[in-house]
Design a binder for this molecule. Structure first.
Ligand code: FES
Length: 108
């Protein structure tokens, strides 16, 4: 399933997307980390809230980590693991992406 054009994801910036996985509409947060596109369900493991504070607007810290707007959980952009905050060591649920011909697609 098409997610976005390659140039829509850049290092250190988190974007909100809606797409389909297995026939269901899902809400994702995506970024690019060390050149690779990454995406997770936009659901904080702490209380199940969306991570963003406004449409397509996410908080980050000075090191480029994603910060949940609700209670400040901090997630690293590699595996989506919480490194600080109320759900420390929990992980965002990842989706598998593929990138080719200037497009990023959800694989599974
Ligand atoms: S819901 Fe994300 S830190 Fe509480």
């Amino acid at each position: 399933m098409f997610l976005c054009r390659s140039d829509e994801l850049s290092e250190g910036r988190y974007r909100e997307f809606t797409t389909e996985v297995d026939g269901e509409t899902v809400f994702l947060v995506a970024t690019r980390h060390r050149g690779e596109p990454r995406a997770w369900y936009n659901v904080c493991p702490h209380q199940g809230r969306a991570l963003n504070f406004a449409p397509d607007r996410f908080l980050t810290d000075d090191d480029g980590h994603l910060v949940c707007c609700a209670h400040g959980a901090v997630f690293e952009p590699d595996r989506g693991r919480c490194i600080s905050g109320p759900c420390r060591n929990a992980e965002l649920k990842a989706v598998v992406l593929s990138e080719s011909d200037g497009e990023i697609r959800v694989s599974a």
